[in-house]
Design a protein around this ligand. Structure first.
Ligand SMILES: Cc1cc2nc3c(=O)[nH]c(=O)nc-3n(C[C@H](O)[C@H](O)[C@H](O)COP(=O)(O)O)c2cc1C
Length: 325
């Protein structure tokens, strides 16, 4: 396989990564034997992600997929992260293709999981997530420069209350509802980004009822109550965090997040995100106090065996649309 083909394949793997509201806020450039990852600030969520934290984390997820793909295609990969400055760098990282090497079992496992991973916003079976699996997720997280902690039942109950509060407060904001609405796509849409209506569970099976309901601030209470019970009923809730809170830490955490999601997928597990709590500064501080061992909380996940099989409906832009010459 030529260098160019390996790197193009890596971009095709990268675009399957998760991103907040499925904004896919990334661009790639191939320069010789190197693949550059750039943020796409035009895709920033200005209401819920003013500092671009989630945008950079999403780019970190894509970067991890590219690195996994390069390794699985039988090459070493050498990562350079652009050092943080006062402004958010647009060019976030470069991965250079290294010497040929045999992929490890882990490389193959993670690669195989890339197209099978999907967010599960619905419930999980009441089947425990074994502690050794959580230990593996913790080790993978640490390797990328982040921390992972599993919440005990008391912490889970406290977090469930914060989730309920976050939903109620966010949905009472017209700006929040407008931004979310602009990233939801109706059935049959040809849009290649955003979240399909049917993926969001608002307690109503009728997708189009959502458009009407979205104008109501009461949705926060409805959705909050629903999510609160999902948190309490989840077999595992984990928080990922970092020692620092800057773009380099967000990029590291995004990579840790994706490796956690891929390894979980390989174990027959799936995850759902509870980021709303971290989008409100005062609630994020309360999470930091609840789980001090992770440092700055960056990501909250429910993990378990999905009650229904994951049906992947979340669209993606073609990799050629995000690859600059
Ligand atoms: C940084 C980040 C934050 C996210 N936050 C949320 C969230 O708060 N709520 C949610 O339901 N999904 C969240 N997601 C999941 C995305 O909506 C999801 O990845 C995207 O719609 C693509 O779907 P897929 O993961 O099934 O491929 C987040 C994903 C990332 C990477």
């Amino acid at each position: 396989m030529t260098t160019d083909l390996v790197l193009r394949n890596a971009v095709a793997a990268a675009v399957m990564a998760p991103s907040s509201h499925n904004t896919q806020p990334w661009r790639f450039r191939i320069a010789g034997d190197a693949l550059e990852l750039h943020a796409d600030p035009k895709r920033q969520l200005l209401v819920i992600d003013r500092d671009c934290r989630q945008l950079v984390e999403s780019c970190g997820c894509a970067l991890m997929n590219a690195r996994v793909a390069i390794r699985a295609m039988g090459h070493e990969e050498h990562l350079t992260v652009i050092p943080p400055g006062p402004d958010l760098p647009v060019h976030l990282a470069t991965v250079r293709l290294g010497a040929a090497r045999e992929p490890t079992a882990l490389d193959r496992e993670l690669m195989h999981a890339i197209p099978r991973r999907g967010t599960n916003r619905r419930s999980f079976l009441a089947r425990p997530v074994p502690e050794p699996v959580i230990d593996e997720l913790r080790a993978l997280t640490t390797r990328e420069g982040a921390e992972l902690a599993r919440l005990d039942p008391g912490q889970k109950a406290a977090l469930a209350t914060l989730v309920e509060e976050a939903d109620t407060r966010q949905f009472s904001s017209g700006m929040f509802r407008e931004e979310l609405m602009s990233w939801l796509s109706p059935p049959g849409s040809r849009r290649r980004d955003g979240i399909p209506f049917e993926e969001k569970e608002y307690g109503s099976p009728r997708a189009f009822a959502l458009a009407k309901i979205m104008r109501s601030p009461m949705l926060g209470e409805l959705f909050g109550t629903l999510e609160e019970s999902l948190v309490r009923g989840s077999p595992a809730v984990v928080v990922l965090g970092t020692e620092r809170d800057d773009p380099a830490a967000w990029l590291a955490c995004g990579q840790a997040l994706e490796v956690v999601l891929l390894h979980a997928t390989a174990q027959g597990l799936a995850a759902s995100f509870l980021n709303q709590v971290l989008e409100l500064a005062d609630l994020r501080t309360r999470v930091a106090k609840l789980v001090p061992e992770v440092g700055y909380p960056q990501m909250i996940l429910r993990i378990g065996v999905p009650a229904e099989p994951i049906h992947r409906v979340s669209p993606r832009r073609d990799f050629r649309d995000v690859l600059d010459a």
